[in-house]
Design a protein around this ligand. Sequence first.
Ligand code: SF4
Length: 165
Amino acid sequence: MLTADDIGGVHVKYLSDCPRQLWLYGRGVRPESRSDRVQLGEAVHDTSYRREHPVDLGAAKLDHFDGQRWVHEVKSSNHPTEADHAQAMHYCYRLRHLGIDVEGAILKYPKIRRTVRISYTEAEGAAAAAMIASALDTLTADTSPPRLRRRDCYGCSYLDYCWTD
Ligand code: SF4
């Protein structure tokens, strides 16, 4: 049975992007494993910040945690998203629950040469906890959440699954 400890950064990202995407992912549908977008993400990650080392938190894996207690994440997209924010705060939440006094997260977007800094606050922690509860609800639902509007599905790797009648 799934518990809160099983919820990782990828679950939070998918939930934030589209609950149906998370539900499909939870049932083993993995179109993204072959997608160009994921390959691009890996390429950007590999070539941008080689000197930083990933930190494995079990269900969650973050790119780097520095000496000033900031989480670092490298993003391949060309604009910051709510999903990026939620995922970063999820990592901070996990670290805090391991007893680490995390300051927040620094998101780096090499494609647009932009850096976003987010402080981890009590409100962010409460939102991260609510995301975990919501992810569990979504993953254990018997039926799939509804589709987004077609125009909001642009770029989603589940397009064929959701929109081929
Ligand atoms: S295609 Fe649209 S509805 Fe389906 S998972 Fe992706 S974003 Fe959600």
